[in-house]
Design a protein around this ligand. Structure first.
Ligand code: FAD
Length: 321
């Protein structure tokens, strides 16, 4: 590894409580809201913002932005066992939607596929169950889970670059709400990547946030249609450009932290852009790469993470398939 990170401002993460409810001792919650959160009804996928009341359960008052809860769908799997919990990132700030720790929220995408065996329709168990719930329904929950993708102990001492694809936006909705509520002066850039503008999640919500908060920036990248700013289709990594002066300035600040959440593999494009387009001065405090990867012809893949591509302690990753 030729290029070791030069600057390391190591943030201390908050302490969190985990596993108040395990799968063998789950809690109950009541759905209080369930609404589409894609930019329009024309989006190719179905993604819903779902809120649920955890009053009286072990989850009340303990969940932090960035953590996830487990949801156990009713019924049994193919082997006749209860369904395993599926994890869903919280979309609310610490303290939940109402500040008293009772109403949590998440952002759920219906998993829809073709059966490998016979090309009939495959509908994922928990996501479709959750998206189909109605206000007043009782759901079975576990968690909270996760201690490495939360805000630092002293959130006001940092600046943030949040990068999301798909439902990876969920934790950033919660973190942005929390930071703007408790530390309105901290600089935040929220970047959201999607195939088409119709797939952007909470789009109007974040646009309003940008209008009303001086230090909050909202940047989108569409990969299958031209972008509003006139740029050609690009992945979110393409927004890590040396021509974005505000981003360059933010990344050069020793206090800045990068959080990445969404589709597994998105972190590679982002790191590549940082290394090849922005250059070592900007990239090295966040990512160090093996010498051989300095050849731009070499493809990066996820197996290289942690060995040949090392994110520093100023980067937090939560990526899932
Ligand atoms: C830390 C973490 C946070 C997460 N946060 C979120 C979130 O905020 N929002 C969100 O929507 N998701 C989130 N997820 C993903 C979520 O946990 C689930 O994995 C997802 O919703 C799918 O679950 P499911 O029960 O609907 O699908 P499952 O029933 O578990 O099926 C999942 C996959 O299995 C495959 N599959 C299985 N059997 C077959 C078959 N016979 N034929 C074809 N395909 C098959 C399909 O490809 C399908 O995509 C998160 C995951 C993690 C790890």
């Amino acid at each position: 590894m030729s290029s070791e990170p030069q600057t390391q401002i190591i943030p201390e993460l908050r302490e969190v409580t985990m596993h108040a409810h395990r799968p063998n001792d789950p809690g109950k919650a009541i759905i209080t809201k369930n609404e589409l959160c894609t930019a329009t009804r024309k989006a190719a996928g179905f993604v819903r913002h779902i809120e649920f009341d955890v009053s009286g359960s072990g989850l009340e008052g303990i969940c932090q932005a960035g953590q996830a809860v487990g949801v156990i769908a009713p019924g049994q799997d193919a082997k006749g066992r209860p369904h395993a919990p599926r994890l869903y990132s919280l979309a609310c700030p610490s303290g939940g939607e109402t500040g008293d720790g009772t109403i949590l929220s998440t952002t759920v995408k219906r998993t829809i596929d073709e059966h490998w065996e016979d090309n009939s329709l495959f509908t994922g168990v928990a996501s479709n169950y959750l998206c189909g719930t109605r206000v007043g329904d009782e759901i079975t929950v576990t968690g909270p889970a996760g201690k490495r993708f939360v805000l630092p102990k002293n959130p006001g001492q940092h600046g943030y670059v949040f990068v999301a694809t798909g439902t990876g936006i969920a934790p950033f909705r919660g973190m942005c709400l929390e930071l703007l509520r408790d530390h309105p002066g901290v600089p935040i850039t929220l970047m959201m990547g999607a195939p088409y503008s119709t797939d952007l999640l909470y789009h109007d919500f974040f646009r309003d946030m940008e209008r009303t908060h001086e230090h909050f920036r909202y940047v989108t990248a569409l990969s299958r249609q031209p972008n509003e700013d006139g740029s050609e289709p690009l992945y979110i990594g393409g927004r890590f450009s040396p021509t974005d002066g505000a981003l360059v300035e933010q990344l050069q600040d020793d206090r800045t932290l990068i959080y990445v959440c969404g589709i597994a593999g998105m972190e590679l494009g982002l790191f590549r852009s940082m290394v090849f387009d922005m250059g070592d001065d900007i990239a090295l405090p966040y990512v160090a790469i093996d010498d051989e990867l300095r050849d731009p012809e070499i493809r990066w893949d996820r197996k290289m993470m942690h060995k040949k591509i090392k994110a520093t302690k100023r980067v937090f990753l939560e990526v899932y398939a």
